[in-house]
Design a protein around this ligand. Structure first.
Ligand code: E4P
Ligand code: PEP
Length: 470
């Protein structure tokens, strides 16, 4: 595991006020990837304000997501988790939220048809403002500055001033998350995303896709299913499948600690910053401050597992984070790379399954497949992404276990950050619309390409899924 970057201690996260104290991290433990703020008094003011701020999500919502993920763990549902690599404060708009939600809903409709089980939709959204980095600094034309760590920490501009960690940004992250969640809740409550409407959007996508002939069979199948449902007398709103949750990497302990709330109903503590939080590959040390904090919150949680993960490390994480072996509590998000997934995943799944744990297995086909283009852009090839997903599903089929879902960096806009896909983007296209604040995302069309292509594997896997669900 790479723990490069500024390592601090959880420090103020444990002293952040009454609301946060029950579940905050132990300040004695090492906490990787934490910013070092030049003005501790300013940080203290911010954490105090966050401690008194209203929760962004409620415990009951987090429990509902845990129930949905328990169904995934049992093989009765699929997880689709996706959104920006790094959200930005400037990027909060009705359009941006709407286009990400509709993209995920369109993907979900295709996947639901393919597997004939519900798809649980979780955005990397409303809180994804902090990034763990491989190196603490970056150098351009001989000038070296601290690296950009996400809008919640510092600014992306390559100036010494912008790169100084500013605790006020934690408050801006809270407000931006609140505005985003407000849009998510308004949109999902609006009834504008019924299955019939979502399928119409997919029809529009197919009409403009160079691969329309390939996708037509699935679209025609969905047409027939919708006609059948309407013929039974069901009304369009009966097909509303817009339940949606939000998630982010729980990286900044000075943010998560103060935003932790005790729930009198259950007697447990919850991260109030998002329904689901995950621990990144660089901070999943079983003896570190992140794992300690996550062990004390009751939300459904994820842990990223990279190719160096051993089965013993995975079992240790289960003991620390899911001691009661509660289905839906723990999702392992494996990000192994197209070349390693078939070799690394089987022993992990076998040993975890043999231990009796019922985790959700999700595939992140992005983070193991990053390359640098000749132009210097970080990018990923669509075929590698698809190849890792294919490997992930094949491994689970061979083992008779449930391939629980996908975790993807994507946007609803027509950016040009990843190569390939239906419109076969190449290296020169990276100059057109590369907007990611950190890692390259699938654009809207590539995301839908992925859903339609994966739907092919999943339809094949349906008998095995039926067997598991029975
Ligand atoms: O999104 C994940 C990480 O934050 C990202 O891949 C780190 O990128 P870096 O290797 O450029 O620091
Ligand atoms: C940092 C991320 O991934 P990982 O921890 O797997 O590198 C991420 O998903 O944003």
């Amino acid at each position: 595991m790479n723990t490069a970057g500024t390592a601090g201690t959880a420090g103020t996260a444990g002293t952040a006020g009454t609301a946060g104290t029950a579940a905050t991290a132990d300040s004695a433990l090492p906490a990787g990837q934490q910013p070092v703020y030049p003005d501790p008094a300013a940080l203290r003011r911010v954490t105090e304000e966050l401690s008194g701020a209203p929760p962004l999500v409620l415990p009951g919502e987090c429990d509902r997501l845990k129930d949905r993920l328990a169904a995934v763990a049992r093989g009765e549902a699929l997880l689709l988790q996706g959104g920006d690599c790094a959200e930005t404060f400037d990027g909060v708009s009705e359009h941006a939220v709407h286009s990400k939600l509709t993209t995920l809903m369109q993907m979900s409709a295709v996947l639901t048809y393919a597997v004939a089980i519900p798809v649980v939709k979780v955005g990397r959204l409303a809180g994804q403002y902090a990034k763990p980095r491989s190196l603490p600094t970056e150098t351009r034309e001989g000038v070296t500055l601290p690296v950009y760590r996400g809008d919640a920490v510092n600014g992306p501009a390559f100036t010494p001033q912008a790169r100084i960690p500013d605790p006020e940004r934690l408050l801006r992250a809270y407000r931006a998350s609140s505005h985003t969640l407000n849009l998510v809740r308004a949109f999902t409550a609006s009834g504008r995303a019924g299955l019939g409407q979502v399928h119409e959007w997919n029809r529009d996508f197919i009409a403009g896709s160079p691969l329309r002939a390939r996708y037509e069979t699935i679209a025609a199948g969905i047409d027939r299913a919708l006609h059948f449902m309407r013929a039974t007398g069901a009304r369009p709103r009966d097909f509303d499948d817009s339940e949606f949750f939000v998630s982010h990497e729980g990286l900044l302990l000075d943010y998560e600690g103060p935003l932790t709330r005790h729930d009198d109903r259950t007697g447990r503590s919850y991260a109030a910053s998002g329904h689901m939080l995950w621990i990144g590959e660089r901070t999943r040390d079983a003896d570190g401050a992140h794992v300690a904090y996550f062990s004390r919150i009751a939300n459904p949680i994820g842990v990223k597992l990279g190719p160096a993960t051993t089965a013993d490390a995975a079992l240790r994480l289960i003991d620390r984070l899911d001691p009661d072996r509660e289905p839906g509590r723990l999702t392992f998000v494996v990000r192994l790379g197209v070349d390693r997934v078939r070799e690394v995943l089987p022993p992990l799944v076998e040993k975890v399954t043999a231990s009796g744990a019922r985790v959700v297995w999700a595939c992140d086909p992005m983070h193991g497949n990053t390359l640098v283009a000749p132009s210097g852009h970080k990018t990923r090839r669509f075929d590698d992404i698809l190849g890792e997903v294919r490997g992930f599903f094949e491994v689970h089929r061979a083992l008779g276990t449930h391939a629980g879902g996908l975790h993807v960096e994507l946007t609803g806009d027509d950016v040009t950050e990843c190569l390939g896909g239906g419109h076969d983007l190449g290296f020169p296209d990276l100059f057109h619309r590369y907007e990611s604040a950190c890692d390259p995302r699938l654009n809207r069309g590539q995301s839908l390409d992925l859903a339609f292509r994966v739907a092919g594997f999943l339809e094949d896997a349906r008998p095995a899924l039926d067997g598991l669900a029975g």
